[in-house]
Design a protein around this ligand. Sequence first.
Ligand code: AMP
Length: 478
Amino acid sequence: MTLFSEFGLAEPILKALASEGYEKPTPIQAQSIPYVLEGRDLCGIAQTGTGKTAAFALPILHRLETNRRPPIRKGCRTLVLSPTRELSGQIADSFRAYGRNLRLSVSVVFGGVNIGKQERELVNGVDVLVATPGRLLDLIDRNSLSLRDVEILVLDEADQMLDLGFIHALKRIVKLLPRERQSLFFSATMPKSISSLADEYLRNNPAKVAVTPVATTAERVEQSVIFVQTNQKSPLLEAVLRDDTIDRVLVFSRTKHGADKIVRYLEKVGISAAAIHGNKSQPQRERALSAFRAGTCRVLVATDIAARGIDVEGVTHVVNYDLPNVPESYVHRIGRTARAGATGVAISFCNDEERAYLKDIEKLTRLKVPVMPLPSDLPAPVPASELRREQPQRGRPAPHARGNQGHGAPRQAEPNAENGPKRRRRRGGQKPNGQKPGGQQTQTQGHKPAQHHGAPRRSEGRGDGAQVAWLDKGPRRG
Ligand code: AMP
């Protein structure tokens, strides 16, 4: 199967795909679409970036369209459950884009925003409802939504749902669904806990499809690791970002607090950056994302959960400021530069405590990450005292900052996935170290401009101990 037209999808959907510029199905689409069109249950192992949203959205839209009937009041015909607000929003956008020539209604509901508007949208029922589990249950509890009309259930990013502690919510939701339904189950990984959940929820002779084993994604990304002390991570990041061939970079921090600290540091040294994580309000996240998409802010600092569902074209680099303690997260992170077949660059900073994480990652990807040396002339870190002094000046740019995206924005506590009950422990029972991620600056010398900076340039050698050159970029810009 090489063309969308060969699936027998309705003409208005094919038209929409043509306007999206999709020429042929991705492997997960080629495998999944025929099964979903047949009405079979499906268990798919696929990561974000493989085109899995269209793999379920296209045949669902086709089925809804060819079997048109008005949804019941406060009901929905298709329910898509997703773990985060960003991902939910993107799934809904995809349904709307692919269904733009159909008259089907699509709504999205998630926490952290006013519930009243969502209730009003649901009054007359919708064809497709994309939801995070918590807000969905809130709506059900308020009698604003009924699930008795659901024909198709999609559980997206099931592994992430479990990681975020949504299992009880999920079980409650599934109990409210009609037994007669089609169920589609997608997960990036398939550990035992997920496959038993799939066994429980999928009936109807489920088909199994799998694409892009983790190692394959990792192989597409040019990776390197730099061994560094914790207090050198921020100047190292600064040095990496001085390379203006780096267009759009996603920086990963293990914690929300760490992400904010990184942004503060970058702003302080004149690099425009924004953070996206669960303590940011929805408008703040949207502002950060659109600045990043538009290219007005080339550095987006994110936590794993916030980044999981973000769909941004053209991320050229991923920087792991902290290595994740769950090796699968590393693959998800670096996969952000390898969307829909593109290749990218991933640079990881690894302190002494994180070496064990690196080992786990190399075991999972079955690849040795080439080591790059630290640049010999790292700029001195901005002292912590200076960073702290900046904080209260909300909304005011740092003296030599070029932008103010996300800087100094008020933190808002709100229910969100990252405040969920648990994070997975690394294998072997080893706990994450006590090191504070986020590059706490402990040195006290003043920040002085470095003589020269540069992002690492990969030399030909790959494999362990690959040789790397540092580009001399001359004096600091901005
Ligand atoms: P997803 O894995 O669903 O997050 O999709 C990843 C990216 O691939 C999104 O930006 C989609 O718009 C894009 N995409 C999905 N299917 C195709 C296709 N068949 N051809 C080109 N791009 C696609």
